[in-house]
Design a protein around this ligand. Structure first.
Ligand SMILES: Cc1cc2nc3c(=O)[nH]c(=O)nc-3n(C[C@H](O)[C@H](O)[C@H](O)COP(=O)(O)OP(=O)(O)OC[C@H]3O[C@@H](n4cnc5c(N)ncnc54)[C@H](O)[C@@H]3O)c2cc1C
Ligand SMILES: CC(C)=CCC/C(C)=C/CC/C(C)=C/CSC[C@H](N)C(=O)O
Length: 477
């Protein structure tokens, strides 16, 4: 038995979370519901490009894993094209020397890895694969329309106590317990955490595994820029984009056009110089809730909605077209230096987390140098680079563009994820970032919130928080 669909739904935030929520809500609630998406900045949010000498480069979320099935589906449904993320050779610098350097010969690489670290890179690959295998169960659950009322229940359904327990231990503890050596952790794992999450191995084990999965082959991106997925989803869901900053959300009783009173949410927002408001049956918040990032106040809720204080890691992306000062990293001159990405170990004297050559969002093959002044390099650092620091890294450069971010949560296990259900029909998507922040995680949270909102609207409690789903669905084949 289905109740009449809601009349109006509001989504706050037009990043990948908000726009994929619009897409899934349209699928579930049908064509008649009016969906408004509020965005105070650019559509795409943390998926954004910057322009260097007329070409666009990803400055935020850039790579997508081959097993990120929601992202894959969006690209297919929206008729977008993909580009493979260029590989290139990678080195690891410890502040004095390159402690590891890839070779262009596959066999040589294997020998080097075994020589330095025994079979630990193979064991690491197997550790990540086992977690990914369990993680993939979410697609099965969601394709059968099952929803979860908390991030913890969602993770528990994927692999039980052990899987959920990854949130409560640091990656370092987990991998030390699994017998990985200090050398492998310092020279391989820590540099991967620094390039991806700008943090040490003290992040939780789950986000550590997500980060390590970036070492898999087949990473890809959307041709023209990953943010095209967001604008495409907005269009495909026939949502109404409202350019404005949401200030307050308040629950109020309204008389509907049927003459009946109903509890609704008033969304009060600033659009240009004006403060406006509108009423909604359901609201989804698709932005991190904290003062610095969204500054939304919940008014007159009983019981009150808690304040969120999740601290987000400050990261700066700098794109520079120039000639690398390769002698900073090795004694070889530039023409003999064949590394295209340099990661760094956890050394507080280093002022960069990583540096690597990047392709523009339209280049389909290996990155090309722009004219005679070198490639475009992407640098991740904790602080904005000074001119002196840039001049240490480059022999010469002719353009630099800097983009600071409050990028992802500062992970500090044990993690307690914020609630998904903030109030009766008020949902929060970005709590999932406390497990791991990635485009696919926001898409999973969006699909889950759309299913949860739909089942709760229709009273389908049997579709929420089902135990032993994996076993149940196995026998349903
Ligand atoms: C530098 C960097 C590199 C990354 N690299 C990768 C990567 O390679 N692969 C990957 O998968 N992930 C990556 N990520 C993570 C990924 O980008 C994010 O997890 C994802 O984009 C988050 O999407 P979201 O929609 O949940 O949030 P956001 O993209 O932050 O969207 C929230 C939106 O809400 C809007 N908003 C906020 N407050 C209000 C308000 N009061 N009123 C109206 N609108 C509001 C914001 O303007 C924003 O557009 C990276 C992130 C960064 C910063
Ligand atoms: C959710 C799962 C199973 C996999 C996602 C893996 C993935 C693509 C994680 C992204 C991690 C992240 C935040 C990377 C930031 S930096 C990316 C890249 N190295 C760059 O240079 O831009």
């Amino acid at each position: 038995e289905l109740r009449a669909p809601p009349e109006k739904i509001a989504i706050i935030g037009a990043g990948i979370g908000g726009t994929s929520a619009a897409y899934y809500l349209r699928q579930k609630f049908g064509k008649d519901v009016k969906i408004d998406v509020f965005e105070r900045g650019e559509v795409g949010g943390r998926l954004a490009t910057v322009t260097v000498r007329g070409q666009e480069y990803e400055a935020g979320g850039s790579v997508i894993h081959p097993l990120n099935l929601h992202m894959k589906r969006f690209v297919k449904d929206l008729g977008l094209s993909t580009v493979q993320s260029s590989g290139g050779l990678l080195g690891v610098y410890n502040g004095e020397t390159l402690v590891f350097e890839e070779s262009s010969w596959f066999i040589m690489n294997m020998i080097k890895l075994i020589w330095h670290y025994g079979f630990q890179s193979l064991r690491m690959h197997m550790w990540v694969e086992d977690i990914l295998d369990k993680f993939m169960r979410i697609y099965r659950y969601q394709s059968h329309d099952y929803a979860f009322s908390s991030v913890e229940r969602l993770l528990h359904s994927l692999g039980g106590d052990e899987f959920l327990g990854m949130l409560n231990r640091t990656l370092l503890e987990t991998l030390q317990k699994a017998g990985f050596s200090e050398k492998f952790l310092d020279e391989i794992v820590a540099p991967v955490m620094r390039v991806n999450y700008g943090q040490s191995m003290n992040i939780n084990g789950f986000v550590g595994a997500v980060s390590m999965s970036c070492a898999d082959s087949g990473l890809w991106a959307v041709q023209g820029g990953n943010k095209l997925v967001c604008s495409g989803l907005l269009r495909a869901s026939r949502s109404n984009l409202i350019a404005g900053s949401v200030l307050y959300i308040e629950e109020k009783t309204r008389t509907k056009h049927t003459g009946n009173p109903a509890k609704m949410y008033e969304v009060i927002y600033q659009s240009g110089p004006e403060t406006r408001s509108d009423f909604y049956d359901i609201v989804l918040v698709a932005t991190p809730l904290n003062r610095k990032m969204s500054n939304i106040t919940f008014l007159n809720f009983d019981p009150p909605i808690e304040e969120f204080h999740q601290y987000y890691q400050h990261i700066v992306t700098t794109l520079i077209k120039g000639q690398l000062n390769s002698t900073l990293f090795s004694s070889r001159a530039l023409d003999k230096f064949d590394l295209s990405t340099i990661l760094t170990t956890d050394n507080s004297d280093l002022f960069i987390n990583s540096i690597g050559i990047v392709s523009s969002v339209t280049e389909n093959d290996s990155p090309q140098p722009l004219g005679d002044r070198g490639y475009v390099w992407k640098i991740f650092s904790q602080e904005i680079l000074t001119k002196e620091q840039i001049l240490k890294l480059f022999l010469s450069y002719d353009y630099a563009v800097k983009q600071p971010w409050l990028a992802y949560p500062h992970y500090r296990p044990p993690e307690k994820c914020p609630s998904i259900i903030l109030h009766d029909r008020l949902y929060y998507l970005n709590g999932i970032e406390c497990a791991a922040s990635a485009m696919e995680m926001s898409a999973i949270a969006a699909h889950n919130a759309a299913l949860l909102a739909y089942h709760r609207w229709n009273g389908h409690t049997d579709m929420i928080d089902q135990e032993d789903l994996y076993e149940k669905l196995k026998t349903e084949l």
